[in-house]
Design a protein around this ligand. Sequence first.
Ligand code: ZN
Length: 378
Amino acid sequence: MPRMTTPRPLAALVLLMAAALAGCADSGAAGRPTAPPIIPVAEAAALPPADTATPAPPTATPAPPTATPAPPTATPAPPTATPAGPTVVPTPTPRPAGTAPRVGLQAGHLNASELPEELARFRTSTGARFGGVTEAELNNDIALRVQALLEAEGVIVDLLPATIPPSYDADAFIAIHADGSTASGPRGWKLATPWRASRASQQLLDAVAATYGPATGMPEDVGGITVNMRGYYAFNNRRHDHAIARTTPAIIVEMGFMTSAADRAVIFDQPGRVARGIALGVLDYLAQRDPSDGAALLPPDFPNLRVGEPGAIMRAAPSDDARQITRIDAGQRIFALDLRDGWYQVFSRDYPSAPGWVRADQLETTSEPFPFPTTTNP
Ligand SMILES: [Zn+2]
């Protein structure tokens, strides 16, 4: 997506991020195993449409009769936040062993004009461009190359345009995008998961991150992960039908900046390296994952939270010693991304540019969900 180098107005940031969060989840906890999510009854009732709580059935592969996984164990609810009576979210059915893995490769912005009504606002979202090359063309070229590399290894690949099938389910979903800036300086690649990332999504990200840099020789755009990457519309199965299934491991790849000469020297002139960087990571992920671990596919879920009296302190890490980012007033609704050692990783509308950590005992549950107006298409 085109990135402005001038400071983005706060309002825009709020919108982008809100956008973002709508389905979603987090991964701030890099690779940290997440307990099977428990939705307290009262909170479950307050969640958006039931689609969120029900993993889409794996349409591609019939489950063998014996494959039903054990239900998630009843992990104790978060400290202060949850009333008793947890409802266990069903664990997705793992695919049968021996089935060829299926991967969805989305060429970002491709055929955007054909997006369905629910995504009509993105029909003119054609992404970055440089010279006569559109981002959709570049994304599609790379996606085709990745497809060839994966198929050579026996992977079934769905090449997808901007419109993805409703509740698209696969062993991995990779949205391929490129960046743009109003300046020529910004460069580098970055990856992001949905907001509330399953362990599988985080593992997919880690695997591609480990291969993309070495394969391309390009630097990572550290700190450049934008709220709109994680709020990507195709991740948002709460809000959109044309989104991935809740249990599909997913990442969005920003391959580099079309507006950077140094990046173009790779993404335009050596596309094979770019495709290889993505494909190798996907293959590593498929080789490393445990296909029988259905719980790894579930994104964490948390109650709707707001700040209690007398307010809360957001810190950079889950510790009283960590740097203070900001104070959040009592009553402010926040969106929980992770829970670790009695601390929630959260987003606050008061401070939308980064997530931070707040002590769980400074928060209380509420029936009101965090207000997310829209989703994004970076
Ligand atoms: Zn894009």
